[in-house]
Ligand binder design. Structure first.
Ligand code: URP
Ligand code: ZN
Ligand code: ZN
Length: 455
């Protein structure tokens, strides 16, 4: 199949210009003005933005967590992502403590059979030992899994200690991979949770109060110190606050380059949402939402190239699942649904409101995730030879976010009633029309696993 996208406002991380894009099979063949190709299908993109498919490098699909499973699976999650302009996701495989990385990989390979959009995996190492070390090397060399997630919190389930972290960094560095981290001080948080529960403080607000900024700033500094000591490349996921960002800023003073991801919710929502009854459970996630001054630091960090990626940490639960913590904030499954709205919210709150430029928008939703995680230039840009993962986006269309109309498998939205400007209209995934006229045309199983390259 060949497709000619005519006269769109093409945006890459480097520039934006009016041009045609010609696609043949799965690939982009040419980008330029008045292209001379005759295609089987022509799409008029006059007045529309044309940018590379979004890459969300932080999602949790069908993940066992806190006594339940995140409510979107690979089918519903990748479909919802595509409706919002995200064509590739990177999900987290969780090693079960005491078990092998390969067993975990097999479980996730099963889960992802029904993916509609493209996907890759980070491997979460929750139990590092000699056997794990060998498996890490195999995963990088043979499976194309090059990023290894660590948790400095969730003790007893996912957390590793600093000794394990340093050993993991050494082996990952040697083989060209990357260590990513949930950087919060698990011991401090656990003691604050215990203290609040002992005082009878059971509401969602105490989830927030049990994870103060210092718990994230301290762990982020410790992580960057360990990276400095080992020389391993590192990436901090879901960074939320000024204190943690300043830890990264300090690391740059000794010429370190630490990649930073924030998530859309930390840019646009704040902790005042916890000052209500159990309804605040909708935003119980870790780390929690922060203050307005932290939002300001994150927006500035994007323009200072300190924050490289805007992801979602999509970890949805239904309202019924959230009731698990009705009488105890520490039992509320942590996470919120966002995979569908990242691109549109960032455009509306960032580009339309003049906080970031159009190329910066594309850089942080697509190009940087592709570069950092070894998918560039096949993904993350629109250029000859690359995958034709393309979003055609109406920059003026206003619409309202609601659980009644979203495609994620959960019955509430953290953004209910928000009016946003800009809508994903048509999406191509590897040259096939995936989304058009509000319909998804691809079937479960269409999504392809993306093997990634080590550095
Ligand atoms: O609240 C969150 N973030 N849930 C998902 C697990 C994690 O820490 O990323
Ligand atoms: Zn996390
Ligand atoms: Zn996460």
């Amino acid at each position: 199949m060949s497709i000619l996208i005519k006269n769109g406002h093409v945006v890459t991380a480097a520039e934006d210009f009016v041009a045609d894009v010609y696609v043949e099979g799965e690939k982009v063949v040419a980008v330029g003005k008045n292209l001379p190709y005759k295609a089987e299908r022509e799409i008029d993109a006059t007045g529309k933005l044309v940018f590379p498919g979004g890459i969300d490098p932080h999602v949790h699909l069908d993940m066992p967590f806190m006594g339940t499973f995140s409510s979107d699976d690979y089918e519903t999650g990748t479909r919802a992502a595509m409706f919002g302009g995200t064509t590739t996701v990177i999900d987290f495989i969780l090693q079960t403590q005491g078990d092998s990385l390969h067993n975990a990989l097999k479980t996730w390979q099963e889960k992802s059979q029904k993916a509609i959009g493209d996907y890759s995996y980070h491997m979460a190492v929750t139990d590092f030992n000699d056997q794990t070390a060998k498996e890490v090397v195999q995963l990088i060399k043979e499976e194309g899994i090059t990023s290894f997630k660590t948790f400095m919190a969730y003790k007893g389930a996912l957390m590793i200690d600093d000794g394990q972290m340093v050993q993991l960094m050494k082996i990952v560095k040697e083989h060209g991979g990357l260590v990513t981290v949930h950087a919060t001080n698990g011991d401090m948080i656990d003691s604050l949770i215990a203290k609040n529960k002992a005082l009878g403080n059971r509401a969602p607000l105490y989830h927030y109060l049990s994870q103060p900024e210092v718990t994230e700033a301290e762990a982020s500094a410790r992580f960057t110190d360990m990276l400095h000591y080992t020389g391993c490349p590192g990436y901090i996921v879901h960074l939320t606050c000024e204190g943690a960002l300043n830890a990264v800023r300090r690391a740059t003073l000794r010429n370190q380059n630490v990649f930073v991801e924030t998530c859309i919710q930390y840019l646009v929502l704040d902790a005042s949402l916890y000052e209500q009854d159990f309804n605040g459970a909708k935003w119980v996630m870790s780390p929690p939402l922060r203050e307005k001054k932290d939002q300001a630091a994150l927006w500035a960090g994007l323009n200072q190239n300190l924050v490289n990626v805007v992801a979602t940490d999509h970890c949805p639960f239904t309202w019924e699942q959230k009731q698990m913590g009705k009488d105890d904030f520490s039992k509320i499954p942590n996470g919120h649904p966002a995979i569908e709205h990242r691109v549109e919210l960032l455009f509306s709150e960032g580009v339309v409101k003049g906080k970031i430029s159009l190329p910066k928008f594309v850089e942080v939703i697509s190009t940087n995730p592709a570069k950092i995680f070894g998918m560039y230039p096949h993904k993350g840009t629109i250029a000859p030879g690359g995958d034709a993962d393309i979003v055609i986006f109406d920059p003026n269309k206003k619409h309202t976010i609601s659980a009644k109309t979203h495609n994620m498998r959960t019955d509430y939205s953290g953004y209910e009633g928000w009016e946003v400007t800009g809508k994903t209209e048509t999406v191509l995934l590897r040259g096939q029309v995936a989304i058009e006229n509000g319909q998804c045309h691809l079937k479960p199983g269409h999504g392809k696993f993306i093997k990634r390259k080590p550095n």
